[in-house]
Design a binder for this molecule. Structure first.
Ligand SMILES: Cc1cc2nc3c(=O)[nH]c(=O)nc-3n(C[C@H](O)[C@H](O)[C@H](O)COP(=O)(O)OP(=O)(O)OC[C@H]3O[C@@H](n4cnc5c(N)ncnc54)[C@H](O)[C@@H]3O)c2cc1C
Length: 507
């Protein structure tokens, strides 16, 4: 690769930072990614405990379908075809303690039949919902780095779905759920943060699942991250671990490099922060470049909640279980002094053979909370109580699981609990948020500004400028930043897609 003599320093080795690195390397820049943790991925993370691997991030990856539209964006960066995707036909099963249950299928025909069987009185709302899933499968995301010239074809294709998008975009999940009389169906749309998001979020996700374009890749999110790391190395880029950026160095309102914890200065022609937005703006840049737009975003927009994750290594083959299960409880589980849940979800990773030895299953449960301060304070000030509280929550979650699988406690051989304090420590995300900003009704699908007023040679990327977050926010925000940098440097943004190079397996 011919280098152009200019260097880009990227703060943060999550999916956004890694995406920017590949784009920049392909455009001829020297690239150094600085990651504070000892491995890449940020929120796209899993960890090993004994013979089990516990995934936190990946439920579905938009763009998993070969030939699909977002697939082409991933393929500009890595050879996605080397990953193996699975598309479970059941998305989630929701069940009450007295045995009532609703199966949410990923296939629209199966979902329609199941919903009509369960809730025939909701026929009008069900037909409307299924129509939306089928219609939105044809929706083409616009390229935020492109103008009219790059987007006109997708805009033209989107015209038939625009009225539906606009209608759903104005409604919250809770409002959408209220159209159904069936309590489980209603709860599916309105529980937790899902109820606050625009209804587009869930309907679009189901639409992409129906198209088999939102699969799960074997190995979880780290399998994807490893592809990026390999690509960066292959293109001659550098990722430095245990490299925490404390300050972005600015001279005459121009970013000229970064200062690491420990005092090392790293000069650069351009600085991109793919780290937490709040820490970048208010700590690394000391709040020097905050205008009314930025102030308002950080003062008024709502973030996704943080979460505890209870992970269980279970010495039992649980392939007869759905991939995801939500238990609706008569009395709530208490998470912390401000948080309790009547809906507790489980993921049975029996579909990923890399996560547990044969005959055993990795199981996780995510418990959202906004009370991140409680967990941070407990961890730093009362470590014994912190451990005791984690054990108490794990015990409650196991108790809920026993309601579904009597006697399962005896088969649990590994229990692991992470908290919002863990999320903050390992990823630096503000308030321990799991995906950045909520995508509220009426907000549209558009990113926040990727520059700061009066600060030159600097870009922000990642989930903190793309409400709704998710792994696709990585390439979607990295691409416009590198494209703009190329334009300023009078260089072509010429990114060739990856060609699938795997030899056919020998028979
Ligand atoms: C429970 C859960 C489930 C999810 N499910 C899905 C899903 O199914 N599908 C999907 O697409 N998305 C999902 N997501 C969302 C997705 O994981 C995130 O939106 C995405 O990974 C964010 O990527 P990012 O690069 O913007 O930020 P991050 O992943 O937060 O990366 C930021 C990086 O910057 C580093 N950093 C921070 N500060 C510094 C500093 N000062 N110096 C150096 N490095 C620093 C951090 O260590 C981190 O590695 C889920 C997330 C969670 C938590």
């Amino acid at each position: 690769m011919k280098r152009n003599g200019k260097k880009i320093v990227i703060v943060g080795g999550g999916i956004a930072g890694l995406s920017a690195a590949v784009y920049a390397l392909k455009c001829g820049y020297e690239v150094e990614v600085l990651e504070m943790h000892d491995m890449a991925g940020g929120l796209a993370m899993s960890w090993h405990r004994g013979s089990y691997t516990f995934e936190t991030c990946l439920h579905w990856l938009i763009g998993s379908k070969p030939g699909g539209e977002f697939n082409e964006v991933w393929k500009e960066l890595v050879d996605l075809d080397t990953l193996t995707f699975v598309n479970p036909h059941e998305f989630v099963r929701i069940e009450t303690e007295d045995g009532d249950s609703l199966r949410v299928y990923t296939n629209a025909d199966m979902l329609e039949a199941e919903l009509l069987r369960r809730a025939p009185d909701d026929i009008a709302a069900i037909e409307d919902f299924i129509h939306a899933i089928r219609t939105l499968g044809k929706f083409r995301l616009l390229d935020p780095s492109g103008g009219l010239a790059d987007n006109w074809l997708n805009m033209l294709r989107d015209i038939p779905v625009l009225p539906l998008l606009m209608k759903l975009g104005k409604m919250s999940g809770k409002e959408y759920g209220a159209r159904f009389a069936d309590p489980l169906l209603r709860g599916f749309f309105s529980t937790g943060d899902m109820g606050k998001l625009t209804a587009i979020a869930m309907v679009l996700s189901l639409a992409w699942m129906n198209e088999k374009d939102a699969g799960y890749c074997i190995g979880g999110s780290q399998a994807l991250i490893r592809l990026f790391e390999e690509k960066i190395r292959e293109l001659g880029g550098a990722i430095r671990f245990d490299a925490r950026v404390e300050r972005i160095v600015v001279e005459h309102n121009c970013a000229i490099g970064v200062l690491l914890k420990g005092g090392e200065a790293i000069p650069a022609d351009w600085v991109i922060s793919a780290a937490d937005g709040h820490a970048t703006i208010y700590d690394m840049l000391e709040g020097q470049y905050v205008d009314e737009t930025t102030r308002k975003i950080y003062a008024e927009s709502e973030t996704f909640a943080s979460y505890l994750q209870v992970s269980l290594g279970i010495a039992r083959d649980l392939r007869d279980q759905p991939p995801m299960l939500t238990r609706v409880l008569g009395s709530p589980v208490s998470v912390d002094p401000e948080t309790e849940h009547t809906h507790v979800g489980f993921r049975f990773f029996h579909f990923d053979p890399t996560f547990a030895p044969t005959g055993k299953t990795a199981v996780t449960s995510i418990l959202p909370t906004r009370n991140y301060r409680y967990w941070e304070n407990l961890r730093s000030q009362e470590p014994q109580s912190y451990r005791a509280e984690k054990a108490r929550v794990a015990d409650s979650v196991i108790h809920v699981l026993e309601g579904h699988l009597p006697g399962i406690r005896e088969a649990i051989e590994v229990t692991d609990v992470s908290t919002p304090a863990t999320v903050i420590r390992y990823t630096g995300n503000w308030k321990g948020s799991q995906e950045g900003w909520l995508m509220p009704p009426g907000g549209g699908i558009k990113p926040f500004p990727n520059t700061l007023p009066n600060l030159d040679r600097f870009f922000l990327i990642g989930q903190w400028i793309m409400p709704g977050g998710g792994l696709p926010s990585g390439p979607m925000t990295a691409r416009p930043a590198i494209k703009a940098i190329c334009k300023r440097d009078h260089l072509p943004f010429d990114v060739q897609p990856e060609i699938h190079r795997l030899e056919p397996a020998e028979v």
